[in-house]
Write a new protein. Structure first.
Lengths: 412, 412
């Protein structure tokens, strides 16, 4: 049920056996997914120590506690590289209004839109913000997401942006999940600055960034028609880079504004959305090595055409997929649903969808220690109650995740 | 987790309190959904006895065991009026092949397609068929579906069609869920009769129907290009009506063959799919009172445009929505996901989607004793961990069902 926190069951040394199909994402084992049949995995102190045929388990791992996968699939834990999962307030009615044909203006007048989340998040105490957000992140973890990027950006003032980081830290500690915090002061212009955008850009790239710089892994900017121009985005990104912070950007979601090209220019770690990016943009991203993070849940929710994952993949860009969990345009928590949509709606193959949700997600966060099942990697794993990973795409509401293993601990 | 059977916790007399929002589907209470705030429900011997403001609970119900809804939504249990949830075999790889561009012919050559399910279902023992199918129906029940239509149609010979009915009965008894069995010998022409369709139609409308007639609620025929012509469908339907069996039909899914018009001509209880039906067809269905059962999961899975629920509703046709759970074109088990797609993809409002999944589903099965929260109705209810029913459409992978109540028993 929603809202329950999985409790970690501490296991130090574990040998996983009876694996029906192991997705390693280790290309040296063949194919994109490096699939092994009849494999076993030895885990020790939260890391993977050994991967190989179950018949060949070395002597030193045979005394480990055994965890049987019951013939199911084992794959790397999902990495959700784009979420806004910490927020306060309820926007379900705004969603219903939009389905019934309400315009953007009517929704604003009714008190909806992103500023309603900003208002609710500002008004919430830290405890309230944690209470509202923790069940979402607990659900993500329970559904197999073992690393979760979480953005600020519903504060748009220093105190609330810092409060959001406090909430992210608190939730990380309670759930023992890896959260990767991203500063998104550049989400939209704060309501107080609508007549003075330049001052808000200065604040984001100045005092606000100083207040969070030691606590975040990334700086993100929503570069699009309704948010920041390419020029404004460049200013904020340069402020980040001057502080040795890596950049990731929301680009080309609503229209082609040149955001993807800017991401390439900046050498951003990731460029997200890309719905309206051109073939030239994709070539530029591929050349720089910026990871494309595709967000099919937004297209579903907003009744827009899904991002063309096939085109992005074929352009040679590294592809990740993510939930974009947020209260306005994608109240979606689980990566299996995103994996299904990436295949069904975005044109990726089932193999590519699974890769993009694991290895792709890790690369989009610059993490090379996970997303692969190999010795030395973090023991973040998912066990499916299904005979093949193709069931993730085949059964969009399948609830196939039987076990989640986070740094060697089996969650239940 | 998938595959666990909910166990009923026997409660005879129950008073449900602390309901945040009650969806009654009782038009006398106002609006399509007859929503009440601050209501309570008294249940006795599996039936609803009283519904009213919590402050006004009559004395005789105050001693009942209290079940608190914790401020969540209470609504009628979902009624899934179109499923093929009993089958054997695995077709995930066929799905993956199709995503990767395989043609119908390539899938057939690879051993896929509906005949592969027929082969697996024929080969399975009754125990095996139950073992494979029960987890699906358990999952449906756990996700709030309290009445489930289940079709035969993967036997296409007398022995296997009867075995499918045996499996449906066994699962009904184990899970204490209401299954409504439908005879679908007219699913496709049995492989042995591909060169002699007429004899197969005679068999379905003759000896095969005689073998099942006492055990089924409905006779269904797949009237479409890949299955049975309007003429063949009419023969089978007349054979059903001659045995006093009501008819429901698969119509106009793949193309406009006149199936919807035939459903109206026959006075069918339901006409399902309707993707290619004309406005004239819809007028005819509305006049006769045939319920339209829309199946957005098929469109999702097959990457086809979703059925235009808005057009069907506005034509005055009674609308139900259902999973069409089957291994080929919609491996979907949960009504909340269907409710989301009905609103997002089919143009129904959130209110209409919820109504179509409850009251609409009941009417599509000719059941007037459920789908409404009112005295005298069956106490099939769902409690959501959400403040409004709009969350069902707002959060497509939300897992919002906190409690399922089947005939007054709280499942857990």
């Amino acid at each position: 049920m929603n809202g329950e926190s999985p409790s970690p069951c501490k296991m130090t040394d574990v040998l996983i056996t009876d694996i029906g199909q192991l997705v390693t994402n280790d290309e040296s084992r063949g194919g994109l997914l490096g699939i092994m049949d009849g494999a076993a995995i030895a885990i020790d102190s939260g890391d993977i120590r050994w991967v190989g045929p179950e018949d060949d388990v070395p002597h030193e791992y045979r005394s480990y506690d055994t965890l049987r996968a019951d013939g199911g699939v084992v794959l790397p834990g999902f990495v959700d590289a784009h979420t806004h999962a910490v927020f306060a307030g309820d926007r379900s009615h705004e969603f219903a209004m939009r389905l019934e044909g309400a315009t953007y203006e009517q929704i604003q007048v009714a008190g909806g839109g992103i500023y309603s989340t900003v208002r609710a998040t500002r008004e919430a105490s830290l405890d309230e913000l944690v209470d509202e957000s923790l069940p979402r992140i607990a659900r993500m973890l329970a559904s197999g997401t073992t690393t979760i990027e979480v953005k600020t950006g519903y504060g748009l003032d220093i105190a609330t942006e810092v409060k959001m980081l406090d909430a992210i830290d608190r939730i990380r500690d309670v759930l023992a999940v890896d959260t990767i915090p991203t500063f998104l002061g550049g989400h939209v212009v704060a309501p107080e600055f609508l007549d003075d955008r330049g001052s808000y850009v200065d604040l984001v790239g100045g005092a606000m960034m100083d207040a969070v710089a030691g606590r975040v892994a990334y700086v993100d900017v929503f570069c699009d028609d309704a948010a920041f121009t390419v020029g404004e985005t460049r200013l904020i990104a340069h402020a980040a880079q001057a502080r040795s912070l890596d950049v990731r950007l929301h680009v080309d979601q609503l229209s082609h504004t040149g955001g993807a090209a800017l991401a390439a220019e900046l050498g951003a770690v990731a460029a997200d959305h890309l719905d309206h990016s051109t073939d030239e943009d994709l070539v530029a991203l591929a050349e720089v090595g910026t990871v494309a993070v595709l967000l099919p849940g937004v297209s579903y929710t907003m009744r827009e055409p899904a991002p063309d994952g096939r085109r992005v993949w074929d352009a040679g860009v590294t592809v990740a997929i993510a939930t974009d969990c947020n209260p306005g345009t994608s109240y979606i928590e689980t990566m299996p649903f995103i994996i299904s949509m990436a295949a069904v709606n975005c044109g990726l193959t089932p193999d590519e969808s699974v890769w993009a949700a694991t290895r792709g997600g890790a690369l989009a966060l610059g993490l090379h220690d996970r997303g692969v099942v190999a010795p030395g990697k973090v023991a973040d794993l998912v066990v499916l109650d299904a005979p093949t990973h193709e069931h993730l795409t085949y059964r969009p509401d399948g609830d196939l995740v039987a076990l989640v293993i986070k740094r060697g601990n089996v969650l239940s």
